[in-house]
Write a protein that binds this ligand. Structure first.
Ligand SMILES: [Zn+2]
Length: 424
């Protein structure tokens, strides 16, 4: 089931993971928060200890058994004993599942038999009730005891989980406080893409354009890149290094100044790429698009000789943008495809002839007279490349609505350089 797994830690959650279940994307996220028992917590502590000792007991008994233990067998061996201790049916199940997985991981690491000290128990959804409206968690304990815990976390933090399902939680006691990690799950169904989102990136700007499968453009957006700003900092670094050609590494203040500019470059680029990734994925989600990225390996081959390209824009920036786009797309179960970018900015989208510059950011075809904005033309070519490879019956391989020669050469709808904001 786990085909793809990305996990990372962030401020709000301890763990996010993605997996594919057939065509569906399953997003798992754990909400970790402190939990304050209402009233006495003696019974809760008693339960946690009883639970831990029961897991240990099971481990002790199965440690020396060499055969494979099926759930049926575990049930036969332990179920009635655990019930006699006062556990509920699903407590018992969690206890031997837990014991088995602890044992398996210890054995596969070649380690010794685990001795449990910490109080950290897994509880099945049948044994708790979560009330997000009132931020209250009710745990069903042994011998029909119950305990209520108040979740100590801002309400906004749980807001997003309202539409998710939750299936399991872990209760911990660290000697001072109780903590719960509640596991949530969301299933994202794949959608058949209805549009193609193309991205053309060059030194000065990024152009996003969405085309329907029959070639109508439904969205066009141009954004400035931060390259001028980045370049300014680079030039500063070079200036400083030139002034102190041999010593810059060794003079503290000089080195610090260089580091400061380097830090700015890093911040600007991360900030920008995150925002762009988010924007692309949001638009793609809204227009139900497949996102087309340029194949960077091909891009490098094509531009091998172009040192100026690498120096000015840098593949690292492409890579970072792609990483952010792919990450955000993944979260929304959007398709991403790659195309060879060769020729996308030099071929006529109408007749395949060579395009030549014709004034500021405008290209003209020598053969058929096509005129178009440089960036928009690139998006048409990217779209066509994708369609010609992926077209199915009913989808034509050309863009019938490619700009006509007499169309406004800017080919733009709306503002030329819209600020980087998402529209509602
Ligand atoms: Zn042409």
């Amino acid at each position: 089931m786990l085909e793809k797994l990305i996990s990372f830690e962030n401020k709000d959650t301890i763990l996010v993971s993605y997996s594919m279940r057939g065509e569906e994307l399953v997003v798992n996220e754990a909400l970790k928060t402190r939990a304050l028992p209402e009233g006495s917590y003696d019974k809760l502590l008693e339960f946690l200890k009883l639970y831990r000792d029961a897991v240990q007991l099971v481990i002790d008994k199965i440690w020396s058994i060499d055969e494979k233990l099926s759930w049926k067998k575990l049930y036969r061996l332990f179920y009635s004993d655990l019930m006699r201790l006062g556990f509920r049916a699903h407590h018992a199940k969690e206890i031997y599942i837990n014991a088995k997985s602890l044992m398996n991981s210890a054995k596969s690491n070649g380690g010794r038999k685990p001795i449990l000290r910490r109080l950290s128990d897994r509880i099945d959804k049948y044994d708790y009730k979560l009330d997000l409206n009132n931020m209250v968690l009710t745990l069903k304990l042994h011998n029909n005891y119950k305990v209520k815990l108040r979740l100590v976390t801002p309400k906004e933090r749980v807001e997003k989980f309202r539409s998710w399902s939750n299936y399991e939680l872990v209760v911990k006691y660290d000697g001072k406080s109780f903590w719960v990690s509640i596991y949530f799950k969301r299933i994202v169904k794949p959608l058949e893409p209805r549009t193609v989102m193309t991205i053309d990136l060059n030194f000065g700007n990024v152009t996003l354009a969405a085309y329907t499968l029959d070639g109508r453009r439904v969205r066009l957006k141009k954004l400035k890149t931060p390259h001028k700003k980045i370049l300014t900092h680079k030039i500063w670094i070079e200036k400083i290094q030139k002034r102190y050609p041999k010593s810059w590494r060794f003079i503290k203040n000089v080195r610090k100044a260089i580091e400061k500019h380097g830090e700015r470059i890093k911040n600007i680029s991360w900030d920008y790429t995150h925002k762009l990734g988010d924007l692309v994925a949001k638009l793609a989600f809204k227009h139900n698009s497949v996102i087309i990225l340029e194949d960077l390996e091909k891009l490098r081959e094509n531009n091998k000789k172009d040192k100026e390209f690498n120096k000015r824009l840098g593949l690292w920036f492409y890579r970072r943008i792609q990483f952010c786009v792919e990450y955000e797309a993944e979260e929304r179960n959007l398709q991403v495809a790659k195309i060879d970018p060769r020729g996308t900015s030099s071929k006529c989208p109408r007749c395949g002839g060579r395009l030549v510059g014709d004034g500021y950011r405008v290209l003209r075809c020598m053969k058929c007279g096509f005129i178009g904005d440089r960036d928009v033309t690139a998006t048409i070519n990217i779209y066509k490349k994708y369609i010609s490879k992926h077209s199915r019956c009913g989808v034509s391989g050309v863009a019938p609505n490619a700009p006509k020669p007499d169309e406004n050469p800017s080919g733009m709808q709306g503002n030329k350089n819209e600020a980087m904001t998402t529209e509602s």
